[in-house]
Design a protein around this ligand. Structure first.
Ligand code: AMP
Ligand code: MG
Length: 269
């Protein structure tokens, strides 16, 4: 059984710095690296079956504050998968054209097609997070988006897309350290944006926005997982466990060979 449990229709969600620490039961350090190996092997095996079956898809949504580890999760967990059937989509500030449409317009066409794993690095949830915190649209509109999102996700699951949503939760201290590390390391400088400090100053406002998004949009068909993400190794293990468990339940199968085709065995010259 995975360590993380899905949030399903919680009456409220409250996020504290303590929730960012992994539970004692999850392996850490080198033990976490070791625990990840068989999980990734299982993931690769399930991905091959999902791709061969070509009937259903898996959509993984990654949300979190700056430096919460979204890129790290993509590298460590999805990097080793077959890139022919695993597609990452990153959601940045919307373009002018995207802003001329409803907020789901840019999302729908990158939903993974049958047979693939899709990873959203940020997602349609930005439209109830950064958009809310910075009042980019009136409250009257962003409030309706919880319903729009739940109905959109219901549409996708009705069409064979399994949705798993992970909120990578880090503490204020951990973000401070990671942002400092970005300044100190020349290979990480590029990740630091001046705006990151302005966003950090809005910590409490983002907390409220995340709490409400997790409360309003944790449904049976598309649950959120609150990932304690202060430690990278345990974070990856806990996410990989959920992915393997979900694919085990989906149980994709290699399609059986057509008997007519099997008759050709040994006849190819
Ligand atoms: P990064 O993930 O560091 O590449 O940064 C992407 C930036 O785009 C973040 O600051 C997001 O908050 C921002 N962003 C993503 N989606 C939206 C959106 N719908 N509206 C406004 N800003 C967004
Ligand atoms: Mg950034």
């Amino acid at each position: 059984m995975p360590t993380l449990k899905p949030l399903i229709s919680p009456s409220s969600v409250s996020l504290t710095d303590d929730d960012a620490r992994p539970p004692g039961s999850v392996p850490k350090g080198e033990a976490a690296d070791l625990a990840l190996v068989p999980l990734l092997e299982e993931l690769t095996m399930w991905q091959a079956k999902l791709g061969a079956e070509e009937k259903r898809a898996l959509l993984v949504v990654l949300q979190g504050r700056d430096a919460s580890g979204k890129d790290g999760v993509i590298r460590k967990i999805f990097g080793p998968l077959n890139s022919a059937t695993c597609v990452v989509s990153s959601f940045k500030r919307p373009s002018l054209l995207e802003l001329q449409h409803d907020f789901l317009w840019r999302v729908h066409h990158v939903v993974p097609p049958a047979g693939t794993v899709g990873v959203f690095n940020r997602s349609h949830y930005e439209d109830v997070l950064v958009v809310r915190v910075h009042s980019l649209v009136p409250e009257k509109l962003w409030r309706k988006r919880y319903r729009h999102i739940n109905e959109f996700e219901r549409l996708l699951t009705d069409h064979g897309v399994t949705i798993l949503k992970f909120f990578l939760h880090i503490s204020t201290e951990e973000q401070q350290e990671r942002l400092e590390a970005r300044l100190a390391d020349p290979t990480k400088n590029w990740k630091f944006e001046l705006g990151d400090l302005a966003e950090r100053a809005l910590w409490g406002k983002y907390t409220e926005a995340y709490e409400e998004a997790l409360t309003e949009c944790s449904t049976e068909h598309a649950p959120w997982y609150l990932v304690p993400a202060d430690k990278k190794g345990p974070r990856d293990v806990m996410i990989a466990e959920v992915l393997v468990d979900a694919l085990e339940k989906m149980k994709p199968e290699f399609p059986p060979a057509d008997p007519e085709i099997l008759k050709l065995k040994g006849t190819i010259t």
